[in-house]
Design a protein around this ligand. Structure first.
Ligand code: HEM
Length: 171
């Protein structure tokens, strides 16, 4: 693959792996707390948070370079794609203050309210992580097409990326 295609093309793959990571750590956090292993519950949540924070940083960086990647599917699959994308984006916004409240209740040792909000937070967070992977899979063919088109454009940012990735040997 050409320079831009390979270097930038890796970002969505890394993002999908980070989303899978968050989902795995959230499931582990739930299993651990059911077994009353509080310390492991806490560690799993911290790792899920790390994956989600890295994902957000990498996602914003990637889109600042490639811009909006249009979905080209038509018919019912298009409605499904945008339905998943819309619910994913809205719930990602909603879950952020919920994560903060859940952690706050845990830190204040409010173990009456923490599990109550925690169950909803965990379910929404898991949904957001998994739909992130689904969106990645559905958009992948059009994203590859998009990189190829970008590659032939000669904007300054694209020129810099191409020469940097050649220099550091990622091509
Ligand atoms: C956003 C982060 C977190 C989420 C989503 C979360 C989620 C949950 C859930 C769903 C439960 C209830 C499990 C059940 O149904 O039995 C729970 C319980 C618990 N969590 Fe968390 N948790 C988070 C952060 C933390 C942190 C940072 C701690 C710190 C030690 C913690 C400590 C506990 C404890 C001790 C319980 C048991 C409470 C009890 O049943 O008495 N959690 N958590």
């Amino acid at each position: 693959m050409e320079p831009l295609g390979l270097s930038i093309g890796w970002f969505p793959v890394i993002n999908a792996i980070l989303n899978i990571g968050s989902a795995i750590f959230l499931i582990l956090a739930f299993i651990f707390i059911r077994q009353r292993r509080v310390q492991w519950h806490r560690i799993s949540i911290i790792l899920a948070l790390g994956c989600s924070a890295l994902f957000l940083t990498s996602y914003l960086f990637y889109h600042s370079i490639v811009g909006h990647v249009p979905y080209k599917g038509t018919g019912w699959i298009r409605i499904l794609y945008y339905g998943i994308l819309l619910s994913h984006t809205l719930l990602a916004i909603v879950v952020l203050p919920m994560i903060i409240s859940t952690i706050r209740f845990a830190l204040l040792s409010n173990f009456e309210r923490h599990p109550k909000i925690g169950r909803i937070t965990l379910a929404i967070w898991l949904y957001v992580s998994l739909t992130g992977v689904i969106v990645f899979g559905m958009l992948r063919p059009y994203a590859v097409e998009h990189f190829k088109k970008l590659q032939s454009s000669n904007t300054p940012i694209i020129k810099t990326i191409n020469s940097t990735s050649t220099m550091i040997g990622t091509t």
